[in-house]
Write a protein that binds this ligand. Structure first.
Ligand code: ZN
Ligand code: ZN
Ligand code: FE
Length: 758
């Protein structure tokens, strides 16, 4: 006779852990108990030694499908009571490491039932089971039980309750379980005809098929949808949203539709169909028939598959309406602001864009935008980490103690809570340029602290004095650490890679506040988890025209020309067609008088300027437009010979020389596409050379910052560093852009606590 106590850590709540454990116990003939204790599942198992060992093996090798087991503590007990049977015990509560499951896309079994006329959940928009359905977005507090979710308003009918309580069913212990009789209901918001349920869905489908624009409440917020083949509908949506060119994501009926329009590799197909279902940026096939204005001028398309049953019903229903297999599915928000979560948000902010709003009465507790994933080198390279991923924690191998809250940056904001060696990056909050964004941040932080049952002892924020995220951090009343923006980018790359030593960080980014009060963004830093020094940067230039210069790259280009070519700058600017409004003279006067000007080393602005110089894009109508267009041009180039007869580094990364070279070649009539490639190549090589010359004995490098979303620059820099003997760490599931810096800040904060405790 042997008795063991197992503690199973990881995503073990809301994934059917207990019934699977009970089934394994029955199969092996062991007795004992299983209980959900919040941070872990606790199991007592008793029986013949062989049977108990077999039981433990089954738990390790055949856990529930959606569980992510991080660790199992296994202890043999000497004095244990005798168990007569195997029982599931109701949730208790302890504190410690906590794992909250992200939302899980609808599973294949549920989809089959959804379209099975004989099933009692036929066409039920909220069908779910132990393996699928909303989790984080409906959660009030832990442990994960129905009364602590927004499903508590929907008492189960007898049949659902019977499934919920029977360990033999697919819905045992599935908190959001419901059916057509007892579940939430969809309806058209503020509808004079009061369409609900079936009528509401049919109405929505009819509108979409006829070119209408509809807002649809999903799992983590609202989307705005229209027929992606209908040029007029897509263009009307662009006009209403004041979004002239930024690509829209699309949702496609199934993987076959995706393969008809886009190139895919097997791993991408697997992730598209998997349980996280992010948006993946896929190369479009030639001859794609979607409306041109879905993603104008962009060789890639952001594609996802339906992940909520209601979304599947938009494509397939029994009303005879013929639906397109692709819908535009863009976040329901005012550009940049957090996604709308409830009907009031939707009425206030997006009702004006839509012909109707399809909503429902299951409340969303926490917003979760769609995650957006690019690929580099055959592997995921995240652009936005949110639904399906947040708040899965990162576990560090170093021993860290305490709790910190990091408030992130100002654009693409996320926050991150660190508790001991676990870091929980939040889902995507959005831009905080507006106070509403800050309120959403504060509210979301409070909710996560409650869920994780932690009271941080330290807050961390950006060095920038007027970021709304910094303001939120100040309002927390906690002791505060400020971390320089580009150092935070590198810290985030270190944290993602569980790297705790010293490294050379190349942080190529938009803009951030430097320790000297100038604008930084093209930095080479020497970093450890608790300090950094600035080794150097790209050559500083003058950003003239204040905020507008960050949108209009031609202004930066003209500034650079004045510095590089002196009296010949006007002629060059003229021939390149750079002066988009005003005159060269007024611009030069502003530049010389340093009016409304700041010194900048922003790599993002350098990309904008080069894009203008090469005549690719003169300004941005959305963040990154000009630099992305520059990358696409470079990627289309097939002449990769880039001989260079000058030194690329010295006091700085000599970007002035590179720009000079590009201007001269452009004026001599060289192909802009080849020059776009040349720029990437020389910049990447120069960064690596500068890093190598200043690294001392350090031979690990981290690449981060928004410019490293550019996978061509990433590839060139990485290889150039590897050629110089560096081990190069890059991002994968944490974005290199500002959405990633909160985990870097939290990593810094936890290391501060550790150093302070010594
Ligand atoms: Zn399911
Ligand atoms: Zn029911
Ligand atoms: Fe940044």
């Amino acid at each position: 006779m042997k008795t063991v106590r197992l503690k199973v850590y990881g995503i073990v709540q809301g994934v059917g852990m207990r019934p699977v454990v009970a089934r394994h116990a029955t199969a092996c003939g062991v007795t004992g108990t299983v209980a959900n204790l919040g941070p872990y599942v606790e199991i007592f198992a008793q029986g013949d030694e062989k049977k108990v060992d077999e039981f433990v093996r089954l738990i390790e090798e055949e856990p529930p499908k959606r569980a992510a087991i991080l660790k199992i503590d296994n202890r043999t007990l000497d004095d244990a009571p005798i168990y007569g049977s195997f029982e599931i015990i109701e949730s208790g509560k302890t504190s410690g490491e906590i794992f909250i499951s992200p939302d899980i896309a609808v599973c294949d079994e549920c989809l089959e039932e959804l379209y099975d006329k004989k099933n009692r959940r036929y066409l039920h928009p909220f069908i779910n089971c132990t393996c699928c359905g909303p989790r984080l977005t409906i959660l009030d507090s832990l442990p994960y039980d129905r009364e602590r979710t927004s499903m508590k308003e929907f008492p189960m009918c007898e049949k659902c309750a019977a499934e919920y309580e029977d360990p033999a069913t697919r819905r045992y212990d599935a908190q959001p379980v419901c059916c057509n009789d007892c579940g939430p209901e969809v309806f058209i918001l503020n509808d004079p005809e009061n369409r609900r349920g079936r009528d509401a869905i049919v109405h929505t489908r009819k509108l979409l098929s006829e070119g209408g624009i509809v807002a649809i409440k999903g799992i983590g917020g609202f989307h705005i949808a229209c027929n992606a083949y209908d040029e007029d509908a897509v263009r009307r949506l662009r006009e209403l949203k004041h979004r002239p060119a930024k690509p829209f994501a699309v949702m496609m009926r199934n993987i076959e539709s995706v393969k008809a329009q886009c190139e895919t590799i097997p791993l991408q197909e697997e992730i598209l169909k998997g349980h996280q279902k992010p948006i993946i940026l896929l190369p479009r096939k030639d001859g794609s028939t979607l409306a041109r204005s879905v993603a104008p001028g962009n060789p890639k398309l952001g594609v996802m598959l339906p992940y909520a049953p209601l979304q599947s019903l938009l494509f397939d229903y029994d009303d005879g309406i013929e639906m397109p297999d692709t819908l535009v599915m863009t976040s329901g928000n005012i550009s940049g602001l957090p996604i709308c979560r409830d009907d009031e948000d939707a009425l206030r902010e997006i009702a004006g864009f839509c012909d109707c709003i399809l909503t429902h009465n299951r409340k969303i507790r926490i917003r979760a935008d769609d995650s957006v994933m690019d690929f580099y080198n055959g592997k995921p390279y995240m652009v936005r980490r949110s639904r399906g991923y947040a708040p899965l924690p990162y576990m560090m191998s170093e021993d860290l103690k305490g709790s910190v809250i990091a408030y992130g940056g100002e654009l693409k904001n996320t926050f991150c809570i660190g508790v001991n060696n676990l870091f929980y990056p939040s889902s995507y909050i959005g831009d905080l340029t507006d106070l509403r964004g800050k309120d959403v941040l504060t509210e979301s932080v409070d909710r996560m602290e409650t869920l994780l049952e932690t009271k941080p002892e330290l807050a961390v924020c950006d060095l920038h004095p007027s970021y709304n995220s910094s303001l939120a951090a100040e309002e927390s009343g906690l002791p505060l650490e400020r971390v320089q923006h580009h150092y935070a980018h590198i810290l985030s790359c270190m944290a993602e890679n569980d790297y705790h030593g010293e490294c050379i960080g190349i942080s190529f980014d938009g803009t951030g506040y430097g320790t000297d009060g100038t604008i930084w963004g093209g930095e080479v830093l020497k970093c450890s988890p608790s300090w950094f020094t600035r080794l150097g940067s790209i050559r500083p230039f003058l950003q003239t025209g204040g905020d507008i210069a960050s949108k209009e790259g031609w202004r930066i280009a003209v500034s650079m020309l004045i510095d590089i070519f002196g009296s010949r700058a006007e002629e060059a600017a003229d021939r390149l067609g750079l002066i988009r409004n005003g005159t060269f003279k007024t611009y030069k006067a502003m530049h010389d008088g340093k009016l409304n000007s700041v010194v900048s080393t922003s790599a993002g602005r350098l990309f904008d300027a080069v894009s203008a110089i090469l005549g690719i894009k003169y300004e941005n109508t959305f963040e990154g437009e000009a630099s992305t267009a520059l990358m696409f041009e470079a990627m289309r180039c097939d002449n990769h010979v880039c001989a260079c007869d000058y030194e690329l580094t010295g006091e700085y990364i000599e970007t002035g020389k590179i720009v000079r070279d590009l201007v001269i070649r452009r004026l001599a009539g060289e192909d802009p596409r080849e020059l776009a490639y040349r720029f990437h190549r020389l910049l990447g090589e120069a960064a690596a050379e500068f890093a190598s010359a200043n690294a001392g004995t350090v031979r690990t490098a981290c690449l981060s910052g928004g410019c490293y979303q550019n996978t061509l620059l990433l590839d060139i820099t990485k290889k150039a560093l590897e050629n110089r003997g560096f081990k190069v760490l890059i991002h994968s599931l944490i974005p290199p852009n500002d959405g990633g810096i909160s985990i870097g800040q939290a990593f810094y904060g936890m290391n501060k606590l550790k150093d302070g405790g010594k």
